[in-house]
Structure formats: structure tokens, C-alpha cells
Design a protein. Sequence first.
Length: 255
Amino acid sequence: MNDVAAMSDVVAVTDDAGVRTIRMNRPEKKNALTLAMYLQMTRALKEADAADATRCVIIAGAGGTFCAGNDITDFLKAASGGGLDPRAHEFLLALARCRKPLVGAVRGGAIGVGTTMLFHCDHVITGTDATLSTPFLKLGLIPEAASTLLAPMRMGHSRAFSLLVMGRPLSAAEAREAGIVNTVVEPDAVEATALKAAREIAALPPTTVAVTRGLMRGHLDAVMKQIEAESSHFRDLLQSDEARSAFAAFLARKK
Ligand code: COA
């Protein structure tokens, strides 16, 4: 498929009064991320980073699911072929490097990278129906996006171990209690609540926001190193028989 053609509809980007919304828009596949989506989201984040007019970015999903993680068909192709396209990895780097405040608006499931991207968000709103889960180990993989650094830092080791290693999902209430979600609202109110928070951030003096956020994220070098270290293991594990059979089992489950 032509990347550019595919990008126009699978991610919807809108700008309104200093707030950019990046919406994963593949609801029929629960917003599972394909290469085309990673490319478009990377571009949208880089543009937001560079544009003075953009003061805050909302990351949201279309339909009732935030994001079902990386597309497992793509994982299986990468496992059986030449490995992961490096351009998917660029998304993680752009997310970590983005200097504009990020607001997560989560309805329904946030799985795999759907959850790990939330550790880069500064403010997260979820619906009461939200669950955060990272079933990487069950798929023969390891968590990515610097979550092995950021999750323990944000939630403490024990809760991070339960989520990342044991693969136990967090309900919206548990995620709020763990300190990675700010506010839990009725699912229909997620978008409006996220927009209200983003507008509040956008109305602040941008320089003071940038300086304060930069100081709060003093560990960015460590984050970038962790992303690279995780990726190196991830790429190796993706080629394992264990991972290949887990992907194939998911794709064959309804047949
Ligand atoms: N990759 C590829 N396709 C995916 C997907 C993924 N990560 N997640 C969902 N889909 C597809 C399903 O295969 C299905 O496609 P089909 O209609 O062509 O059969 C469609 O999205 C709807 O999913 P379905 O499983 O029927 O919906 P559900 O409500 O029963 O379950 C999920 C939703 C998200 C819980 C379930 O699809 C799931 O567990 N997905 C995999 C999540 C995952 O392990 N991600 C990788 C993390 S590292």
C-alpha cells in the first residue's frame, strides 16, 4: 500500500486554538498501529514540536478503543521477513523528544504501545471503561518506549512489575491510584475533559511551560538510551519461534 495514501485516513490530525489532536483512526482493528500510522503520528508530533502555534497535543483513538498495540500482522511479517521497519521506531523517539505537553484521552483498551505511550504523556484522562495492559511477555517480547524505566519511576517497582512483567491489566481506577492517570470520567466525557485540560495548558505562557516541563523531564537522555536498549532486545526476540507462534496464534484465533 502507498504509505502516503494510507496515512490520510488512518490517523486524523486536527488543530484548534493551539491544541493539536492526533487521533488513531482504525477503529475496525481497534486502532492497532501499522507502519503507515506510525509514520503519520511521527510527522504530526514533529510538526507539533516545531510549530510555535501548537501549545499542547492530545493523543486519542477513534471508536471505543484507544489502541490495541502494534498490528500483530505487521509483527508476524517482520518476524518472518527482514525485521521491523526502523521507521516505526522513529515514532517512539519523536514521542520522547516532543517538547510540547502531551495529553492522553483514553477510552476502552490501551494495549502494548497503547499503554507505553501514556508514560510519555503529561496528563491522562481515561473513561471508566479503560484498561491499560502490556502483554509483551506473553507474546515473547519485552516492553518498549522506555516503559522499563518510566513505569517503575512513575508507579514504583512492584506495580510496574505486575503490569509489565506479569501482564496484569490496570483498570482505570487502579491506573489513577498508581499515579499514571489524572482523571477518570464517563467514557462519553473523555474527549471533552481532555480538551478542557489541553486548553488550560495551551492558555499558559508557553515559555514557562516549556522550561518547567523540560526541567521535570531531566531524565530525557536516560529515556533515549532505554528506548535503544529495549529495541535491541525487542528486535532479537521478535525473530524467536516463541514470538512467531504467539503472533500466529492471535491471528488464527477465530478461524
Ligand atoms: N493487531 C492486528 N489486528 C488486531 C489487533 C492487533 N494488535 N488488535 C485487534 N485486531 C483486530 C482483530 O484481529 C479483529 O480483526 P477482524 O475483525 O478482521 O477479525 C479486529 O481488530 C477486532 O478485534 P477483536 O479481537 O475481534 O475485538 P475484541 O473486542 O474481541 O477484542 C482486543 C479487542 C483489543 C482485546 C483484542 O483484539 C486483542 O487482544 N488484540 C491484540 C492486542 C495485543 O496483544 N496487542 C499487541 C500488544 S504488544
